[in-house]
Design a protein around this ligand. Structure first.
Ligand code: DGL
Length: 270
């Protein structure tokens, strides 16, 4: 049993989709969230840069005495998996839990994967799916405009920019008749309604934030690290750029008001 917080990081706002799920699944846990809003997006950067950023993000969380680190970022999980290797606490990225859920969900054996450029180039989800079941077919598509669209808040089903962009990117997956799509970037569940409307209700959308939160709960339980307090857990939010505006958009993501509970951190020092 441990009241220490769970540490979650992402390049920006996307990891909040994992926080939302963590709070729903484990309401008594304390959470420290870091969003690297000053350096988002990671998805178009080199592997070397993503590795350096990810190490700093994890170090910042460790300095907050976290009991676990979650890289709630498809890009970091794909390009810098070694970030979890030498940590003194349990770690998970998003790839393994999400790929497993997709393998279990597909019925026609055709899985689509969407993610940032770095994620798709790494073939991280594809390799993990094929490792689990080599008979499955995987169709990948990078969607670099989704992250800025989400960060700008163009997320409603009626938004013409969101609709057009979804159609442009996902047309190919529709043609391939996939019955399951991995939302391989934690920003993408925010566009779930728009994506769902385009691909249709028969296609299952696998939310990497949700699957990772479920896996984190399992891991904490196995290690005896769950917080058994009856009190509702607290969340602290940190960003690397201006805090103004973060709480507004974060409140939309989390479906609850985070108020002024966000501080700025100089991430270069970690
Ligand atoms: N949420 C990140 C991911 O899952 C965002 C991508 C980015 O920073 O480019 O990949």
């Amino acid at each position: 049993m441990s009241a220490q917080p769970i540490g979650v990081f992402d390049s920006g706002l996307g990891g909040l989709t994992a926080v939302k799920q963590l709070r729903a699944i484990m309401p008594h846990e304390n959470i420290v969230y870091f969003g690297d809003t000053g350096r988002v997006p990671y998805g178009n950067r080199s592997v070397t840069t993503i590795r350096r950023y990810a190490a700093q993000d994890a170090n910042f969380l460790l300095s907050n005495n976290v009991k676990m680190v979650i890289a709630a970022c498809g890009t970091v999980s794909s390009a810098a998996p070694e970030v979890g290797e030498n940590l003194p606490v349990p770690y998970t990225g998003v790839i393994a839990p999400t790929a497993k859920a997709a393998v279990e969900a597909t019925q026609n054996g055709r899985i689509g994967v969407i993610g940032t450029r770095a994620t798709i180039l790494s073939c991280s989800y594809k390799k993990e799916i094929e490792r689990l079941n080599s008979e499955l077919q995987v169709f990948q598509k990078e969607c670099p405009l989704f992250v800025p669209i989400v960060e700008e808040g163009f997320i409603s089903v009626d938004d013409p920019i969101a609709r057009l962009t979804v159609e442009r990117y996902l047309e190919v997956l529709k043609k391939e008749k996939v019955d399951t799509i991995i939302l391989g970037c934690t920003h993408y569940p925010i566009l779930k309604a728009v994506i769902g409307e385009y691909v249709g209700t028969d296609v299952k959308l696998i939310d990497s934030g949700k699957e990772t939160a479920l896996y984190a709960e399992k891991l904490l339980k196995e290690k005896g690290l769950l917080n058994e307090s009856e009190e509702e857990g607290e969340c602290k939010f940190f960003v690397s750029d201006r805090t103004e505006g973060f709480s507004d958009i974060a409140s939309i993501f989390l479906h609850s008001n985070i108020g002024e509970n966000v501080s700025r951190v100089d991430i270069q020092h970690y």
